[in-house]
Design a protein around this ligand. Sequence first.
Ligand code: SF4
Ligand code: SF4
Length: 368
Amino acid sequence: MFARTMASPATPILAQIIPIRRCNLSCTYCNEYDKHSPPVPLDEMSRRIDKLCKLGTGIITFSGGEPTLHPDLDLLIQRAREGDAIVTIITNGYLLTPDRIKRLNAAGLDYLQISIDNVQPDEVSKKSLKVLDRKLQWLAEYADFDITINSVLGSDIRHPEDAFRIAARARELGFTSTVGVLHDGSGQLKALSPVQSDVYDRILKLRSGLFSFVHHDGFQRNIVQGLPNQWHCPAGGRFLYVCEDGLVHYCSQQRGYPAIPLARYTREDILRESAKPKGCAPFCTISCVHQTAMLDSFRTQPRAALNGIIERRKERDPGWHPPLSVRALEWMFLRDSPARSVFISLASQLFGLKQERRVLSAVESKSR
Ligand code: SF4
Ligand code: SF4
C-alpha cells in the first residue's frame, strides 16, 4: 500500500466512506450521525468501493454513523479487500459478539478502531469501558485483525483520568491505544486544560509504535497546547471523505466542499483539491488527515520528513530510542549503504512486486 500510494500524488492514501449515517448511540458532542437514515444499498456501495479501488486508494475505512448497522458490512469489507485496499472500520463496538467478530475475520478486515470516552456511561457518552469491556475481551480472544482503542480528551469529557485508564486497559489486552482531542463542530481545536494535558502526556508514555510516534510528534503536541500547526491539508485528494449520498467531501467536519459525486471524481479533481489551501488547517484536530499529510511528505521529501520527526522527538525526550519500525525507515532513507540496495531488490523480488520495485528504486534515488 505504501509503495502504491507513494507512486503518484493523484492516488488517495486514505478514504473514509459512510455505509450508513444512522447510529445506535447519541453522543452529545457528535455531528456525524442521525437516527433515521437507511443503509446505502449494497449495489451502490459496491460501485463506490470499486471506484475508490480504481483510483488506487490505499486504505478504505468504513465509519458512520455506526457501520456495523449496515446489514452487508461483511460483503463491503470483502469487496474492498478484493480491490487490494487495506480495510478498516471505526465502530462504537456495541453490536460486537463472538460470532460478529468471526464474520469480520472471514471478510478479511485488517483493522478495527473503537473510541471509548469514559469509564462509566454518562449523559455525554455511553461509549464507556464498563459497557464495552466484555466486547474488548471478545476481541482479544477472537479477532484476527488489529485493534486500536482510542480514548478521548476534551472539554466535554468529565473525568480526564478516564482516558488513561482506558489506554492502560487497551495495552493490557494487547491492543494499540491512541488518544484523540475533541474538536468542535468544524473540526477545530478546543485547547486542553493543564489536568488534561498531564493525562495526555502519561498516555503518550504508554506508546511506542510508528504511528503513535508520528501522530503525537509535532501536530499533536501543538494541538494539546492550543497552538496552530503549519501544514498543508491534502483533503479532497490524498484523503477523501465519501458521504452516504456518494459525494466526496474534504473530511467529516468540512462537508459540502467540494461535494462532487465520487462516480465522477477524477485524478484532476484529486490533484486540484489536494493542492488547495484550507483555511481551517492551523487549528484542525482531524488526526487521520494529519497522518495522511505526514505520509505524503515522505513522498515529496523522504529524508527531510523523517529527519525532522526524529530530531523533534529526540529534542523532547533525549533518552528516547526509536522503535524498530522507525529504525527500519531510518536505515532505508537516511543511511547510504550497499546493503540497503540489495535489501530493497531482494524484498521486491521475493514478493514479485514489479511496480513497487520501480517505486522503491525511485524513492531510493530521490533520497540520495
Ligand atoms: S457512537 Fe460514534 S457516530 Fe454514534 S453518536 Fe457516538 S460518536 Fe457519533
Ligand atoms: S484542515 Fe483539512 S482535515 Fe482539517 S478540518 Fe480542514 S479540511 Fe478537514
